[in-house]
Design a protein around this ligand. Structure first.
Ligand SMILES: [Zn+2]
Ligand SMILES: [Zn+2]
Length: 243
C-alpha cells in the first residue's frame, strides 16, 4: 500500500513534542510524503498552546518545501457530551480536526459511557477523525463506534505508535477488530504516526500492515492518494486541497 500522507504530527507547540514544523516537513519530504497534518494538542492538555495558536495557523503557507501542510489540531474530548476544547474562531479555519480521549483531559468511563461520548462527539459535525480509538484505557463498543463513524463520515484512525505494546498497550487487538468491522462496512480509516519527534514522521508501516491484515483495501485508507484526501475534506465541508 503506497502512502502519501501522515495526518497526525506534533511540533514543539504541543509542549511535549520536540521538532519544529520545518524539521517535520523535511522528514516528510525525505520519506516521500506529499502531505502532513500539523495537529498539535488542544489547549486542555498540559503544556499545549493557547487557542490563538490554532486561529493563527493561517499564517502558514499551504505548501512548505514541497509538502502540503494541513493546518489542524488534535483536540481533546472534555466531557461526557463529547464537547471539545476548541470552539468558534479557533476551530473554524482548521483544515482538519482530530479528536480523542486523553487521560490528562477526561476520565475514562464504562464501555457504554465512552461509546456514547464518542458517538455524540462524531454527531457534532466538528470532528473529522477520531484518534487512537483502539486505546484500551477507554474501552468502547467497536461495532457501534464504527457504524456511527460511517454514518457521520468521520474517519477512525489506526494510530501507528499505539501498535507494538509500548504505549496504549493492548491497542493492537482492538485496532485489528475495529479495522475488520470497518472493512466489512466498506467505510474508511486514516493512518497516523502520532509523531512527537521528526524521525517518526511518516512511520505508518505497522498501521498499514494491520489495515491489510484486516482486509481493508487501498480505497478505504485515505492516506493512499491526495485525491482521496481532497475528496474526504470536501465531503467534511472543508475547502479541500485545491488540486
Ligand atoms: Zn502528545
Ligand atoms: Zn492523542
Amino acid at each position: 500500500m503506497k502512502l502519501v500522507a501522515d495526518f497526525h504530527v506534533h511540533t514543539i507547540a504541543s509542549g511535549h513534542a520536540y521538532s519544529t514544523l520545518l524539521e517535520n516537513v523535511e522528514a516528510a519530504k525525505a520519506k516521500g510524503l506529499q502531505l502532513i497534518g500539523m495537529t498539535d494538542h488542544g489547549p486542555s492538555m498540559p503544556g499545549a498552546p493557547h487557542p490563538i495558536h490554532f486561529a493563527n495557523l493561517r499564517a502558514l503557507p499551504p505548501v512548505i518545501s514541497g509538502v502540503r501542510v494541513l493546518r489542524g489540531a488534535e483536540v481533546n474530548i472534555i466531557d461526557a457530551e463529547g464537547n471539545i476544547d476548541l470552539r468558534g474562531r479557533f476551530l473554524k479555519n482548521l483544515e482538519i480536526v482530530l479528536a480523542g480521549f486523553h487521560q490528562d483531559c477526561f476520565e475514562p468511563g464504562s464501555t457504554e459511557d465512552n461509546t456514547r461520548t464518542l458517538v455524540k462527539a462524531m454527531a457534532s459535525g466538528k470532528i473529522d477523525v477520531i484518534v487512537h480509538p483502539g486505546n484500551p484505557a477507554y474501552p468502547i463498543n467497536l461495532q457501534l463506534v464504527a457504524e456511527a463513524a460511517a454514518q457521520h463520515n468521520v474517519l477512525l484512525e489506526i494510530n501507528n505508535v499505539s501498535l507494538g505494546g509500548i504505549i496504549r498497550r493492548g491497542s493492537d487487538r482492538n485496532c485489528l477488530a475495529l479495522a475488520r468491522i470497518i472493512a466489512r462496512l466498506g467505510s474508511k480509516v486514516c493512518l497516523g504516526s502520532d509523531s512527537h519527534f521528526c524521525d517518526s514522521v511518516g512511520d505508518l508501516a505497522e498501521a498499514a500492515q494491520l489495515a491489510e491484515e484486516a482486509g481493508l483495501d487501498a480505497t478505504q485508507v485515505i492516506n493512499t492518494s491526495l485525491e482521496a484526501v481532497d475528496k474526504f475534506l470536501v465531503l467534511r465541508g472543508h475547502k479541500g486541497l485545491s488540486l
